[in-house]
Design a protein around this ligand. Structure first.
Ligand SMILES: *Cc1c(COP(=O)(O)O)cnc(C)c1O
Length: 355
């Protein structure tokens, strides 16, 4: 059997949820489980996060699956309705849609579901992606309050730079100044805002990444935040090459040996979700010891440096990311973020539950 597999710890996920709750400043917590729970599996996330106050998803399919699995907590649809046809399911499944553009209000007004919905009215406070204009808040809230299809309103916004030095106050203050007159609950914080800015927590927080044990910050590791990696991507060496000085390895011969050295060939490639852009030097653990990748990542394989690891050979375990190699370190080396690596875990990689 091909030795590549992902081991996922529900225990770590449950502990990370407790870290989120400890930072939430009394807010209720939506566990964000979009994108197959950031690659960790929706059903596994449902069990790991049984203690959450709610779940947040992207699609009706994900929401319907959670209800089928027996979820009774509120379920937030992060982008709300994609068409008027989504309203019936929201009513039947008791989902909380985000309303971020005027047509969504029109649909709800024209065809109110039999069971009125709790809605999240999303304002653009500066990210300029999704959201209604903050300047129109009074009219919008008044309009929703008059709708038969609306059972309750939470006000919402999203931060563009919660993980950066610019922070959130440039968005939070205009948002709160605008909406505080309505005396309605509000929700703004993702993982980064929740971890750094307790005053941004409001009534509901929406952590995603941190629940999976990765860090939203470039300058602070998951370990420093008290988070435990939930996913471990591991494989083995399936071949060994001895290079002479000047010989190259892999496509493009992108790495060349400066002196004689041993190279391990590992069963993991970009078709498994390992980033193809990871350059020579990307961290990896071979037999529990720190090493680095060499040359280009291929579809099914990558190469690692066995210099200084004389005992390593065919069958030696290799951790691509997990407890020894933070997924954030691999992402940084590859010029991306851990979000992308976790979500990109390929369906062909077998997943097993650990601890
Ligand atoms: C994905 C998402 C989140 C979670 O963000 P993290 O950075 O993973 O914590 C929160 N809010 C919204 C609107 C999202 O789309």
């Amino acid at each position: 059997m091909r030795p590549l597999k992902a081991g996922i710890s529900r225990g770590a996920m449950a502990r990370n949820l407790r870290v989120a709750r400890a930072h939430a400043n009394g807010a209720r917590v939506f566990a964000v489980v979009k994108a197959n729970a950031y690659g960790h599996g929706l059903s596994r996330a449902r069990r790991a996060f049984a203690a959450t106050d709610g779940f947040a998803v992207l699609t009706l399919d994900e929401a319907a699956n959670l209800r089928l699995m027996g979820v009774e907590q509120p379920i937030l649809l992060l982008e709300g309705l994609f068409g008027a046809g989504d309203l019936a399911a929201c009513g039947e499944l008791d989902l909380w849609p985000v309303l971020h553009q005027p047509a969504q209000l029109d649909w709800l007004e024209r065809a109110p579901p039999a069971r009125p919905l709790h809605v999240f009215l999303k304002f653009d406070s500066g990210m300029h992606r999704l959201g209604l204009p903050l300047a129109a808040h009074a009219a919008l809230v008044a309009r929703l309050r008059g709708m038969a299809g609306v059972a309750g309103i939470t006000l919402m916004t999203h931060f563009a730079q919660a993980d950066e030095a610019a922070g959130i106050d440039w968005q939070l203050h205009p948002f709160l100044d605008g909406v505080k007159t309505h005396e309605l609950p509000w929700s703004a914080a993702n993982s980064a805002a929740l971890l750094r800015f307790p005053h941004a927590c409001g009534a509901w927080v929406r952590p995603g990444l941190m629940l999976y044990g990765a860090s939203p910050f470039a300058d602070t590791s998951a370990g420093e935040l008290g988070l435990q990696p939930a996913m471990r991507l591991e494989s083995e060496i399936i071949g060994v090459q001895a290079l002479q000085a000047g010989e190259g390895v892999g496509y493009g011969q992108a790495f060349r040996a400066e002196r004689p050295m041993r190279v391990g060939i590992v069963a993991c490639g970009y078709a498994d979700g390992y980033p193809r852009h990871a350059p020579t030097g990307t961290p990896v653990a071979v037999g529990g010891r720190a090493s680095r990748t060499l040359g280009r990542v291929s579809m099914d394989m990558l190469c690692v440096d066995l210099d200084g690891l004389p005992d390593a050979g065919v069958g030696t375990p290799v951790e691509l990311w997990g407890t020894q190699v933070p997924v954030d370190a691999v992402a940084t080396a590859a010029g991306t973020v851990s979000y992308e690596l976790l979500c990109a875990l390929a369906p062909r990689v077998p997943v097993e539950d650990v601890d």
